[in-house]
Design a protein. Sequence first.
Length: 241
Amino acid sequence: MASINSISYSEFNEPYRIEKSGNRLLFINELNNFSGKKIYQDIFIYWITDDSIIFDKKKIKRILVNGTLFNRKTLFRKSLFDKTETVEWAFSLPDSINNALILCYYHNNNFSEKFSYLLLNKHNKRKYIKKIGEILLKAFEEYGFPLKENYVFYDYINEDYKEDFEKNNENNNEIEMDNEEKLFSILEMNPTTNANEIRNSYIKLVRKYHPDLAEDQYKNDFEQKIKEINNAYEYLYEKYK
């Protein structure tokens, strides 16, 4: 049986049927090919909130993608599937998540079944929907399965804007040393010239302070905090990478 990390997105099939009601997704699958008592179920998701998509008037400028192991459990064939030979499962996404790549992997020692579902916000313009879908797939192809909660943080920047980012970073080089120490403090780390350490600290803080993970009463505070974290990371990572 293939391991999780050896499976590519191209090997995933469309699910037999999906029913969607509001933010609740119901998956219905046939599992009649499985034998034995246990079936293992792994559900992974890459997701984008609408407020993580930064637009200008004509194009997408930047998109932030999170990835997580959404659910993992053992299913018992004898008690659930012998009569119906199907399985139904459902989960709810936060209201803010209107774009997601959902991957489900059923497996045991004898057999495996894989499928995926691309959920895209139909209220976006067609050209935006296509780009968002491409970025979700690219995140999976680059990082593989997210095996921990919010394990992946994928930052897409449109090629047209990279030059602007580089110019801003050149201006940032004029920041004095005491200000640079403040930036390390924002990233909750000691000063270093190691770009990987800077990125690792940044990823940890994004998981901790992302506004989508905050309770309503703290959302504004988290939004301000994440702006400070992003600014500190952009300067320090570009300088030391």
